[in-house]
Design a protein around this ligand. Structure first.
Ligand code: FES
Length: 124
């Protein structure tokens, strides 16, 4: 299917290294990515928050198909990376909005995942 396009499947980590509800930051092909398993669904995103590059493996919450950075709670969809909320936190004092202005709003990069020979693979 995707093998006909220019990219390639790469091993990210062994299936047994990722428990349901967990996520891990890994380097694959010199790219830092986040691989997670939530509700028995694998997902992979770029590793750092688009707002101020906080590593999402450190405390980000995955809920309702979204990943939320713990720092200022920027939220993106994990299926297509679409921005849901940009730096809303804290509301008062209104630092969230202020630091939100320090960088341009962006979507999160999402990678396709699959299981192949007991490895979680991502597609670059
Ligand atoms: S660094 Fe992630 S929301 Fe600000």
């Amino acid at each position: 299917m995707s093998e006909i396009s220019a990219g390639k499947w790469r091993d990210a980590l062994p299936v047994k290294k990722l428990k349901n509800g967990k996520k891990k930051m890994v380097t694959v092909d010199k790219k830092m990515i986040l691989v997670g398993l939530q509700d028995e669904q694998y997902f992979a995103t770029e590793a750092l928050c688009r707002h101020m590059r906080w590593p999402l493996a450190w405390g980000a919450k995955v809920k309702d198909d979204c990943i939320r950075c713990p720092l200022h709670q920027t939220t993106h969809r994990i299926d297509n990376g679409e921005l849901v909320e940009w730096s809303p936190f804290p509301l008062f004092p209104p630092y969230g909005k202020l630091v939100g202005k320090m960088s341009k709003q962006k979507n999160l990069k999402i990678y396709e995942t699959r299981i192949h020979e007991s490895n979680i693979q991502v597609f670059f």
